[in-house]
Design a protein around this ligand. Structure first.
Ligand code: ZN
Ligand code: FE
Length: 256
């Protein structure tokens, strides 16, 4: 396998277009805007070899068409006609090999944020779009709490060292909410300090890891007594199952 690095390109207010690159080639994940990608390819003298899309939202796919006029590359994405540019429609468990980089990627269907949202998992990396964020999860635009719970459980079963490349820089706001939901989580307090330092220097707080998320993300900790307690207090009734806890803290976060 060629050696490569993964670089975040900024788009809009807080999107990241994750770019897998080596000395001459690049793959982009969720290019919501073509311009930052085109600028980067020109500046670094890279040839685009593939586009990956996690879900149909414009801030993740809006740059597809312009990039394809620049380079006719395969576009890997979900089985959803709302992304017309996708050339390789992927089902759960389907594997494919990234052109040039020879990285084997596995597709995970993770509905919740949208009904056809997928993640790409391979070589110790997870590109999870707007489903799992550092210390948070996506809004439930098309899915149910049950679907989001099942999707997050699947992601949490990946190896702890898996690097988590999320679609947005939401970490600091997510941590503020997470600390309200689980005030005595020491790891969360430590993470907040580290993240504040990074943000003060305008640096990305990502990638996270699955291990970090299991220790700090309230949406992956819905069976922790402290989270069950604060969700129950919020609901003004005793919540006993993890899906109800997730639904309650998602609702709470929407209004936080
Ligand atoms: Zn989205
Ligand atoms: Fe998004």
């Amino acid at each position: 396998m060629a050696s490569y690095e993964v670089v975040p390109l900024r788009a809009f207010a807080d999107n990241y277009i994750w770019t897998i690159r080596d000395a001459g080639h690049a793959v982009v994940v969720d290019p919501g805007d073509a311009q930052p990608v085109l600028d980067y390819l020109a500046r670094e003298k890279l040839k685009l070899v593939a586009i990956l899309n996690t879900h149909h939202h414009a801030d993740h796919v809006g740059g597809n068409a312009a990039l394809l006029t620049h380079a006719a590359v395969p576009v890997y994405g979900p089985r959803d006609e709302r992304i017309p540019e996708v050339t390789v429609r992927l089902a759960d468990g389907q594997h494919f090999v990234l052109p040039h980089f020879n990285i084997e990627m596995e597709t995970l269907e993770i509905p919740g944020h949208t009904r056809s949202h997928i993640a790409f998992h391979g070589d110790g990396m997870l590109f999870c779009g707007d489903t799992l964020f550092a210390a948070g999860c996506g809004r439930l635009f098309e899915g149910t709490p049950r679907q989001m719970y099942d999707s997050l459980i699947r992601l949490s079963r990946l190896a702890d060292a898996t690097r988590v490349y999320c679609g947005h820089e939401y970490t600091l706001a997510n941590i503020r909410f997470a600390r309200a939901a689980e005030p005595d989580n020491l790891r969360l307090a430590e993470l907040e300090t580290a993240v504040q330092l990074l943000r003060a220097r305008d640096q990305p707080t990502l990638p996270s890891t699955i291990g970090q998320e299991k220790a700090t993300n309230p949406f992956l900790r819905v069976t922790e007594p402290a989270i069950v307690h604060s969700a129950s207090a919020r609901a003004a009734k005793k919540l006993s199952d993890p899906v109800s806890v997730l639904a309650e803290i998602r609702h709470w976060k929407n209004n936080f």
